[in-house]
Design a protein around this ligand. Structure first.
Ligand SMILES: Nc1ncnc2c1ncn2[C@@H]1O[C@H](COP(=O)(O)OP(=O)(O)O)[C@@H](O)[C@H]1O
Ligand SMILES: [Mg+2]
Length: 360
């Protein structure tokens, strides 16, 4: 998968910006608050129709403007297509080659992207919700069916909760049955995905950390035996509280190092290595799924990894022929050989200046 061009109009602090990413590496550098992450976010938006930051659509539109537009050319399986994402108020409209995309699944597999940002490292220390959101986002990138089951579960949950709040019991069994059906499918997606990722995470961690620690990623469903039974047991409590107390909306993802929780037992460096290993596992998994590597977006990489680890990471991505777009506050410290092979853009107060590259 390749992004060969992207144009942003009125997207966050970028009035108009055009970028022709290198097939290998593109470097965006500039001081803090200039629009580097916004650019990565727009690239991600092209692939999924949504942001990787948890924000509402109107926040993506430049202040004082009514609409924003992101247009990109992508090449997948030898086929070039043009994706347009138009934002207007709360509305998002996506077209591929001029044809409106009705369901997110139609966009699927055109431009899969994996993001590695400081926010990802933070997920180790945060609550289950952040990790659940990460898991679902990763799953969604690789599996179009997942999204349908995901929406069905959360839609049903909302209906069931509304009924519980009203105190009515008529119809509760019907909603419970539907919640069990979609909930079981949702849990199965998550279980299978984590099982596929686990050996890949383990392998990448050993490479990155260069150590023999054993890391483990596991899925911790809130409902670990029978979801239907659990809902039946909690019926009275749910009715009293007016909310569904248990289910996949309470699931977690557990990270361990040598059998201990990564959150408390792992050093900062180990936590970062773990999350990077997780991201590379995601990359492997997407490559297996689509038969070509996804794009990788590295945000503020120098704040996350030391020079040697950055070098090793970029070298690995180069060998794998992964297209990389990365941001940094300075080009100092980046291997000059690496810089020479990249397209370099300076980002300054929402404007983008091309500073050169070598032939592709
Ligand atoms: N909707 C918006 N309209 C205008 N400016 C915005 C909007 N959303 C964010 N910004 C601005 O974008 C800047 C942050 O950009 P960001 O890409 O996160 O910076 P960085 O270069 O540090 O990654 C901030 O100055 C913020 O005020
Ligand atoms: Mg940033």
């Amino acid at each position: 998968m390749l992004l060969t061009g992207i144009r942003l109009e009125q997207y966050r602090n970028l009035a108009v910006a055009e970028l022709q990413p290198s097939h290998q590496m593109t470097l965006l550098y500039g001081l803090n608050g200039q629009g580097k992450t916004n650019l990565l976010e727009a690239i991600y938006l092209l692939g999924t129709g949504r942001s990787f930051r948890s924000v509402k659509t109107p926040d993506l539109i430049r202040q004082g403007m009514d609409t924003a537009l992101v247009t990109g050319q992508v090449r997948t399986g030898g086929v070039t297509s043009e994706i347009k994402v138009q934002l207007a108020g709360k509305q998002r409209r996506v077209t591929v080659d001029g044809k409106p995309v009705q369901r997110a699944a139609e966009l699927h597999g055109k431009l899969a992207a994996v993001v590695f940002s400081p926010d990802d490292t933070a997920m180790v220390k945060q609550g289950p919700e952040t990790r659940r959101r990460y898991l679902d986002r990763a799953l969604y990138t690789s599996n179009a069916v997942f999204l349908r089951d995901y929406h069905e579960y959360y839609h049903t949950l909302k209906q069931r909760n509304a009924l519980l709040r009203s105190g009515a019991t008529a119809g509760l069994d019907v909603w419970t049955e539907q919640l069990v059906a979609s909930g079981n499918r949702l849990m199965e997606h998550r279980r299978q995905y984590v099982a596929q990722l686990l050996p890949l995470v383990h392998e990448h961690y050993q490479q990155i950390a260069g150590s023999r620690e054993t890391v483990k990623l596991s899925y911790a469903p809130d409902s670990d035996h029978c979801f239907r039974e659990q809902l039946e047991q909690c019926r009275a409590t749910d009715l009293r509280r007016g909310i569904t107390g248990h289910g996949p909306h309470r699931d977690d993802l557990v990270f361990e190092i040598d059998g201990q929780p990564l959150k408390t037992f792992g050093s900062q460096g180990q936590q970062r290595s773990f999350v990077l290993a997780l991201k590379l596992a995601e990359l492997d998994h997407l490559q297996q799924t689509f038969g070509e590597p996804p794009l990788i977006l590295l945000d503020d990489i120098a704040s996350e990894l030391d020079r040697e680890r950055i070098h090793n990471l970029l070298e690995l991505l180069r060998q794998r022929q992964v297209q990389v777009v990365m941001t940094t506050t300075t080009t100092v410290g980046i291997d000059p050989g690496m810089l020479q092979q990249s397209s370099v853009y300076r980002v300054d107060a929402g404007t983008l200046t091309y500073e050169g590259s070598v032939p592709r």
